[in-house]
Design a protein around this ligand. Structure first.
Ligand SMILES: [Zn+2]
Length: 56
C-alpha cells in the first residue's frame, strides 16, 4: 500500500539557492525525502519572453 504517498502534501524547505543568469535557482527538500529545483526569473515583468521560455 503506497497510496498514502499520493495524499502527502510536500512541505518544501529551501535547502540552498544560487543566483544564475536567468534568475534565482532554488533547491528545496521535503521531510519525506523528495527534492525539487525551482527557478525564479529576476525580471519576469521586464522580460516576459524569457519567463515564458523558462516556463517548461
Ligand atoms: Zn513530501
Amino acid at each position: 500500500m503506497t497510496t498514502r504517498q499520493e495524499l502527502h502534501r510536500h512541505r518544501w524547505r529551501v535547502a540552498s539557492s544560487h543566483p544564475v543568469s536567468e534568475g534565482l535557482l532554488t533547491y528545496q527538500s521535503c521531510a519525506c525525502g523528495q527534492w525539487r529545483v525551482t527557478s525564479t526569473p529576476l525580471h519576469p515583468v521586464a522580460h516576459p519572453d524569457l519567463a515564458r521560455t523558462r516556463a517548461k
